[in-house]
Design a binder for this molecule. Structure first.
Ligand code: SF4
Length: 94
């Protein structure tokens, strides 16, 4: 069975976005104080985070793969929880 490349496999995922209730919160004051922006950009496998010129971090919660890595590496900079029941990513790897 051919599984395909990682981007091809990720493209099979389905996302049900909880519009207006993001499951990610970025504490920009902590990001600026600690310089966490490059770390968040580097560690997120879904490229959710972007580093802004002013040292803050932009994010697109809808692309989140729910791996929890950002919370593990920058718990003071990121408020993260799973999306509400029924929302978020549904993996379709088959
Ligand atoms: S939980 Fe994982 S995929 Fe989601 S934003 Fe954090 S690092 Fe990225």
């Amino acid at each position: 069975m051919q599984l395909g490349t990682v981007p091809e496999r990720l493209a099979r995922n389905q996302y049900d976005v909880d519009e207006g209730t993001p499951h990610i919160e970025v504490h920009q004051d902590v990001v600026r104080r600690t310089g966490a922006a490059p770390l968040l950009v580097r560690i997120c496998p879904a490229h959710v985070y972007t580093e802004e010129p002013d040292g803050s971090v932009g994010f697109t919660a809808a692309a989140c793969l729910e791996c929890g890595t950002c919370l593990a590496v920058a718990p003071d900079a990121v408020g993260w929880h799973y999306p509400r029941g029924g929302f978020g990513v549904a993996y379709r790897q088959g």
